[in-house]
Ligand binder design. Structure first.
Ligand code: COA
Length: 418
């Protein structure tokens, strides 16, 4: 069987974030609950002129740097923040990025797990035709009600992966284990723009899905706990990875694991997620990016990965990091993006949160905020209008410091993201 896996990976997150200390002060909560109890420091906040399309387009454009667009057979977009019941958000991304008309484009859904379902399909597609490549982009705005327990676990961003028979970063193992069950731990009815979540129940279902899919993975692969050097987990909040890893170790690592082993095995994968909050479909792949871009020496090392999507489906799978992988990462660009973000005062966060597109079908224009290369300009005649506002070359030349960046003061009355 041919080696297939990840040739390139790129993360995009909006230019604004809320420090969870700021949120804790506004909610009268001890900040340690968020920083240590949940393991989150900052949450990315999408301005009104960014949505899953603009975030995806940014991630895809960078992931495809140096790759011939004519080799891309399919663009898959995984999301649970859909903007249309019929037209795939992938079509807008296809157009913004400039992919050829021969490239297919469609959208995938199963909560946070559809990205992994997409990757498994992409692997099969590439196995059948190793000259073709697939781009899988996972993009979401995780949004909970103001003042609800879910609020500190919000976030926003997209991760794009190029899947090919030239896996410069990670080659996937052919085996996986999965678990599917009809449960109501987290869902979003069509008439709501915030998720319904039974958080505590969701944690229990996550752990059950983890052990069940792990058992199937072990049966299929014959591998054991210690056959994996590092682990990456889907992280609605980073403490969830600790809960998951301890749960897995309890019955699958005969001699148990120490605190240091726990830290070694999962910490490097948590760093970026702590700084952006939940990316839903992108969460696991942000964790993988964080791991690959850490100081860990990973050449030829096997990584275990657990993908969870509420509702629910869990998939356990693994991959081997390729020799020389560091040469193909976008580490500097990612670090620069995370460092150059704007720290929002609480009032601006709430303004951005409340700025929603009109729900009655009327036209609207969005205010200009700091964005990536693309923005949502508004709605006209029931159609979403996107525009390109820069190029990768502009971004490379950009020397804007955090101090120089300003949040637009003026706010339009009708502006939003959905
Ligand atoms: N200092 C340090 N830790 C503190 C603390 C403090 N002052 N106060 C509380 N904590 C700890 C708690 O002990 C708990 O840790 P534990 O789970 O190890 O016991 C943690 O912080 C969270 O506190 P808790 O009271 O359980 O939080 P909550 O009731 O406000 O809700 C979630 C937490 C995770 C359930 C909630 O944020 C949520 O529902 N998020 C959405 C989750 C999601 O998206 N699920 C679906 C996809 S998987």
């Amino acid at each position: 069987m041919k080696k297939v896996g990840i040739e390139a990976i790129s993360l995009y997150t909006p230019r604004y974030y809320l420090d969870l200390k700021t949120l804790a002060a506004a909610r009268g909560t001890d900040a340690e609950k968020y920083y240590n109890g949940l393991g989150q420091e900052r949450m990315a906040v999408a301005p009104p002129d960014e949505d899953i399309v603009t975030m995806s387009a940014n991630a895809v454009k960078v992931a495809l740097e140096g790759i011939d667009y004519r080799e891309i057979d399919t663009l898959m977009l995984a999301t649970e923040s859909g903007i249309d019941q019929s037209k795939a958000a992938a079509i807008y991304v296809h157009s913004l990025v400039g992919l050829p008309s021969t490239c297919k484009a469609f959208e995938l859904k199963q909560a946070c797990c559809s990205s992994t379902a997409g990757i498994l399909s992409a692997l099969a597609l590439v196995q059948m035709n190793p000259r073709k490549k697939v781009v899988l982009v996972a993009s979401d705005i995780a949004r909970y009600g103001l003042g609800t327990p879910g609020e500190p676990t919000a976030g926003a961003g997209a991760v794009a992966l190029v899947i090919s028979a030239d896996p410069k970063l990670v080659a996937f193992d052919p085996e996986n284990g999965s678990y599917t069950a009809d449960v109501m731990d987290f869902w979003r009815p069509n008439y709501m723009d915030q998720a319904m979540v039974d958080g505590k129940y969701s944690i229990r279902v996550y752990l059950k899905a983890l052990s069940e899919s792990w058992n199937e993975y072990v049966k299929a692969s014959g591998r054991e706990f210690n056959d994996h050097y590092r682990y990456c987990y889907h992280m609605p909040f980073t403490r969830m990875a600790e809960k998951g890893h301890l749960h897995l170790a309890k019955y699958s690592a005969p001699e148990g694991i120490s605190k240091d082993m726990l830290k070694d095995q999962i910490y490097s994968a948590q760093r970026y997620n702590r700084l952006t909050g939940n990316l839903y479909t992108g969460s696991l792949y942000e964790a993988l990016t964080s791991l690959l871009e850490s100081r860990d020496k990973l050449d030829d090392r096997r990584v275990g990965m657990f993908s969870y999507g509420s509702g629910c489906m869990g998939i356990f799978f693994s991959g081997v990091v390729q020799k020389g992988y560091r040469n193909y990462l976008k580490t500097d660009a990612h670090r620069q993006m995370l460092e150059a973000r704007i720290d929002l005062p609480y009032g601006d966060y709430e303004d951005m949160y409340k700025a929603v597109l009109p729900q009655d079908g009327s036209d609207a224009q969005t205010m200009h905020y700091e964005t990536g290369l693309y923005r949502l300009a508004g709605i006209s005649g029931h159609k979403r209008i996107y525009e390109t506002v820069g190029s990768i070359a502009d971004r490379h030349n950009e020397k804007t410091s955090v101090d120089q960046q300003q949040i637009p003061r003026e706010k339009a009355s009708q502006q939003g993201r959905r």
